[in-house]
Write a new protein. Structure first.
Length: 363
């Protein structure tokens, strides 16, 4: 049949009602509403399929295991469990999935996409199921109850851990959070999270750690050891977590989100610095800034100027354009580690720049 009815996008249809249904994709119109839950649909057929959920109708069954579904597409996905078929492969890592939907969810890891947001604290998740589990923390819902002791947990893995105590598989449980351990020393290590105890110190710099392995791993920085290699660019790192942060450059992942402006960052430290824009916080002050300016410009004198750690830029620091440039003397000017750029520090509108005496400049 000739497809004589053409829509706005150029797609052609043989029947007018098909064109009308198609146009709802562009307009966003969903005229069919479920009276049970209020959900809207573009097509009446989709509403009918959806209503099977409320009625408990599952016409699509699998004789192999007896499981039934309300949609034929769900049965098709399920059959792949038995056949082992995984036709949808990730182009990044080669991992294969039985459904396109699962592949799309997986690829959010590389894209840094986290469309599901916790309404309480703004934490983002790549899967709706992860958000639902997370929200139990705020609601206090503990859906998983131990049949032996009656203790309830928010997560299934916490219940499974707890049940090992009854079976004798593990015997040490944290009284603060309920996490269980098979060995006492692991419980002792874990409890330091709650007590904030950090008994293990680095002999080089004195930094403290919760675990005895902490100083050993940390000392790789002092020794220059770099054990973790980036598979993308070949760069080495002394800590695995540093490698993970670095790899976000290649994957584009930005899991840290600003709740004020919804800007994303690859590291929490970047988010913390960014949030000062909203809070107005300016934690880095000039430690030593002494100058004397009298009527006689010859008395203008900058003795010591220090920019504290993590300051990213200094612009037009000391711009005495109105003074006699021959009398300006900068004795000590130190930029501590972390300053990335200094522009026009001691900028003089003089004909003879030789008159400027900068004795010490340290980057």
């Amino acid at each position: 049949m000739d497809k004589g009815i053409i829509g706005e996008c150029g797609k052609a249809f043989s029947h007018k009602n098909k064109l009308i249904e198609h146009q709802r994709v562009n307009t966003g119109e969903r005229p069919y509403q479920c009276i049970e839950c209020g959900k809207f649909f573009r097509h009446s057929s989709r509403l009918m399929v959806h209503q099977r959920v409320h009625m408990g109708v599952r016409p699509y069954g699998r004789s192999e295991c007896g499981k039934a579904y309300s949609r034929s597409s769900h049965l098709v996905w399920h059959k792949k469990v038995h056949t082992g078929e995984r036709p949808y492969e990730c182009s990044k890592c080669g991992k294969a999935y039985s459904s396109k939907h699962t592949l799309v969810q997986h690829q959010r890891v590389y894209a840094g996409e986290r469309p599901y947001e916790c309404s309480k604290y703004g934490k983002l998740f790549s899967h709706n199921s992860s958000l639902i589990v997370h929200q139990r923390v705020h609601s206090g819902i503990r859906s998983y109850e131990c049949s032996k002791g009656g203790k309830a947990f928010s997560y299934t893995h916490r219940l499974v851990q707890h049940q090992r105590i009854h079976t004798g598989e593990i015997s040490h449980e944290c009284s603060e959070c309920g996490q269980a351990f098979s060995q006492e020393y692991r419980l002792v290590q874990h409890q330091k999270i709650h007590t904030k105890e950090r008994p293990y110190a680095c002999s080089e710099c004195g930094k403290h750690f919760r675990r005895s392995s902490g100083p050993t791993e940390h000392q790789r920085i002092h020794a220059g050891a770099r054990l973790y290699k980036c598979s993308e660019c070949g760069k080495f790192f002394s800590h695995k977590i540093t490698l993970v942060w670095h790899q976000r450059i290649h994957t584009g992942e930005r899991p840290c989100k600003c709740t004020e402006c919804r800007k994303f960052f690859s590291q929490s430290s970047g988010l913390i610095v960014h949030q000062r824009v909203h809070t107005g916080e300016k934690p880095y002050e000039c430690i030593k800034w002494e100058f004397f300016l009298a009527k006689d410009p010859a008395s203008f004198y900058t003795r010591e100027f220090t920019l504290a750690k993590s300051l990213m830029s200094a612009t037009n620091v000391g711009n005495p354009s109105a003074l006699n440039p021959h009398l300006f003397n900068t004795r000590d000017y130190t930029l501590e580690n972390g300053l990335m750029n200094a522009v026009n520090v001691g900028h003089f509108l003089a004909t003879s720049p030789a008159s400027l005496n900068i004795r010490e400049v340290t980057l």
